[in-house]
Design a protein around this ligand. Sequence first.
Ligand code: ADP
Ligand code: ZN
Length: 515
Amino acid sequence: MPEQLQILSTLKEYFGYDRFRPLQQEIIDSIFDGQDNMVIMPTGGGKSMCFQLPAILLPGITLVISPLIALMKDQVDGLRANGIKAAFVNSSQQENEQQDIYQKLIDKEIKLLYIAPESLSFIDTILSQIEISLIAIDEAHCISSWGHDFRPAYTQLGYLKNRFPEIPIIALTATADKATRQDICQQLNIPHAKQHVASFDRTNLSLEVRPGNKRVEQIIDFLRDKPNDCGIIYCLSRKTTEMLADKLQNSGYKAAAYHAGIDHLKRAAVQEGFINDTIQIVCATIAFGMGIDKSNVRWVIHYNLPKNIEGYYQEIGRSGRDGLPADTLLFHSYADVVQLQKFANMSGNQEVQIAKLERMKQYADSLSCRRKILLSYFGELITEDCGNCDVCKNPPSFIDGTIIAQKALSTVARVKEEEAIGTVIDILRGAQNAAILDKGYQKLKTYGIAADIPWRDWQQYIIQLINQGYLEIAFHLNNKLRLTALSKKVLFDGQKIYLANLKEFEKKKEVVTKQ
Ligand code: ADP
Ligand code: ZN
């Protein structure tokens, strides 16, 4: 393992930084120790450093598997500008260019090789002729159908560990809930990989959800006190991006649309303009922003409900990367929910997609601190409310929900965390359907213990408990309800729980559905 001093001087010499960001050091040490590693770090957290720095110091070549062909050139150019011998191989190159790189690999003139998973098989024979020191798998969530960006070409990557059992693998992603994380390690054959989960808490981002009526007017109003701040508006359809860009231009903003249907020269121009501040607002479908390194995006608006929390969090995470305050606004409309349900039903793994959409909807409907929900989704539990979301700033009235919570949590415990919301509510309300009676649930101590609370209210209370981190949904296990580390405090330590007054919830919901 290189000396600490050597690692730090490499950081300074090649990247110009004096110190590591959180987790980078321990990840790098673990690589030098020869271990497999799994890194979960929000966008902008500094994932690349975790393999780029070791690549410089390790004796052989570091292979970087990345799906972002469009960004490979930029990344490699950036490394070369810092004096690091990097190259990429992908389908956009001429054969002689590729031959040239292969020769350099054999001649040990390359330290970092970026390659798309589809291209791996082409360099198979070369791989046997060179010394590989590290394999980095960027955007590793693409391997998992639990993830939100599944790419079939990633599924073959499991063979890497079998073929190179001695070489450490580092898998990196910004967007993985617990189920996805486990799935990634399993599929890459690195079940014992050391897990490094950076905090996802971005306290400088304000969170706000509003009903999606008269969205254009609301946006123009939102922009009134931000005349020069740049931002991104994410939309579901290409048509909406163009409509919005038009309207914003008419209101005097330098706005542009960006989607996959626009030819690539124009798209590159929009991206360039946004980076150079000549375009202030980009109205985009999800295709925009991956890999854009712009630190002063001051706001992000979701014109439509995103299809899952991972995507949403990644997108709002593109604002405020400089650590200064940034505002995010999500419009919630049930028409979007219906649309997204249709998309989910057409997708390959519809149950997972539907469950994730359901979670997104619960976030938008929430009457408790939204940041708590986001963080608990990524497995991070905070006990204090954040103070920087619309619910914290304008809280609903609360009732003492301690007894309600105790009843629900003890029912989940008594069914051994084997049932989903519906059955748990049926037990609490003493339902007599076959599903309950067949399993003998009528004998449970909590059976029928809270029949006075209507079904729909129970559903809301349980969602609030999930949102506050006292329960979680195991998406990969038929949505069974599970207890969390916080549940014990309620069940055994008598911790008080506050639940939002449902009468108020009904009022808010009316506004949303009426538009
Ligand atoms: P990610 O891949 O996690 O989205 P990047 O690797 O692109 O993030 O890093 C984001 C930015 O942070 C880059 O501009 C990078 O140079 C910078 N960065 C990385 N490590 C450090 C560090 N230790 N100190 C300061 N800046 C860093
Ligand atoms: Zn909050």
